[in-house]
Design a protein around this ligand. Structure first.
Ligand SMILES: *Cc1c(COP(=O)(O)O)cnc(C)c1O
Length: 381
């Protein structure tokens, strides 16, 4: 069976449809570019573009003019490289483990150097190849996660030989509390970043993630690194979400039933029907990225009606209380909304006690994935 035939069959038989709107993604990228101008916007496409498919997402952004892409692991860069034009630059946020440097140089991927040890390894690689190799250097301005610590900066500047063969293209840091504009940590990190930047005057500054773009001009640097906002997530913890929704998730009903008062529902009988109820079982569970923490907490939507999840989320299914709908509204094969116009990413994440990032990066592999592409939009309009 050919790939196209299989895709066509899968789109007909799948119990769930994940629609990824690349037109909205590109619109989000363009909005972020405008907000961050004259600085440029890169795209953070780590973790398979936050679960949405780097092989689809990155080329769409490339076509929209993006040339700087950030992944977390070197292996992600290896997988991404063939999907992008030769002039695209791929940065590896987590840096390199010893032994990866030659492959990284060979592929033209740019490591983010997070320690003096990584600086030494990259410089040695450059010397061995008799070449100058580009790098970003990350500084820890207060998150204590990745990057050179304050004393390392003095060492690096006092001993410039450490950077032989390394062209420091970008100096960067990452905000720990950017999504809370009032948090005092933001200004502290900014102050430290500005001081470091002065000592690397020739390098570009990369500081803002999605939230950072919204914190104000002084946070934007030369190259912003938005991730979540590209994918439609809210950049700030509170307030309106100015981004367009990119993801829609619909899941099929596989059974409906009416149960009497006292019926026990789902694993562990964690929910007992207080009165006669109508239930629908839908074909997605925690194996599809709907967290078990949605048990007796979250909901799906149909026809503008909220349908609470009752009982525990199973691996492959979830039970909904559909009593609020007319009796025959849902039948075998009806599709209910888990993420869409009625229920944002942030809502389902809050119901699950988590954040939009985790919902996106957990989205399952069993859904039929439909990409809405910019070309199709142009043709339709
Ligand atoms: C993940 C990540 C980003 C993107 O952050 P968002 O909040 O998704 O915009 C930017 N920079 C670094 C270092 C990251 O780890």
């Amino acid at each position: 069976m050919g790939v196209n035939v299989r895709n066509e069959i899968e789109s007909r038989v799948a119990c769930g449809t994940l629609t990824i709107d690349l037109v909205a993604l590109v619109a989000n990228y363009e909005q972020l570019c405008q907000r961050t101008a004259p600085a440029k916007a890169a795209a953070v496409v780590k973790a398979d573009a936050y679960g949405l498919g780097a092989a689809q997402v990155a080329p769409a952004l490339y076509d929209a003019g993006c040339r700087d892409f950030f992944v977390a692991h070197f292996i992600e860069a290896i997988r991404l490289r063939p999907h992008l034009g030769a002039d695209a630059r791929i940065f590896v946020l987590n840096g390199l483990l010893p032994g990866s440097e030659a492959d990284c140089a060979e592929l033209g991927v740019v490591p983010v150097l997070n320690s003096l040890e990584q600086v030494a390894n990259w410089s040695a690689t450059a010397k061995a190849r008799n070449a100058t190799l580009p790098a970003a250097i990350q500084f820890d301005t207060g998150m204590s996660r990745l990057g050179l610590q304050p004393e390392d900066i003095d060492t690096l500047l006092a001993e410039p030989d450490r950077l032989t063969g390394v062209h420091v293209d970008i100096v960067m840091s990452h905000l720990a509390c950017g999504d809370e504009p009032e948090h005092a940590a933001n200004e502290r990190q900014l102050e430290r970043m500005v001081a470091i930047r002065e000592r690397f005057a020739d390098a570009k500054l990369s500081f803002a993630n999605s939230a950072g773009i919204f914190l104000g001009e002084e946070y934007r640097g030369d190259l912003a690194r938005p991730g979540i906002a590209l994918y439609g997530g809210a950049p700030l913890a509170d307030g309106d979400n100015p981004m367009q929704a990119v993801v829609k998730l619909e899941v099929g009903v596989v059974q409906t039933r009416t149960v009497p008062a006292g019926a026990e529902i789902g694993y562990g009988a964690s929910f007992v029907a207080p009165q006669e109820m109508r239930l629908a079982t839908i074909a997605a569970g925690y194996a599809d990225g709907l967290p078990r923490h949605l048990s007796n907490s979250g909901a799906a939507w149909f026809g503008g009606v909220r349908l609470p999840i009752v009982g525990r989320v199973s691996m492959d299914s979830i039970i909904l209380d559909v009593s609020a709908l007319p009796a025959d509204a849902l039948k075998l094969g009806s599709m209910v909304e888990l993420i869409g116009p009625h229920q944002t990413l942030e809502t389902i994440a809050a119901d699950a006690g988590t954040i939009s990032y985790e919902i996106l990066t957990s989205l399952g592999r069993r859904y039929n994935r439909q990409y809405r592409r910019p070309e199709a939009a142009a043709r339709n309009s």
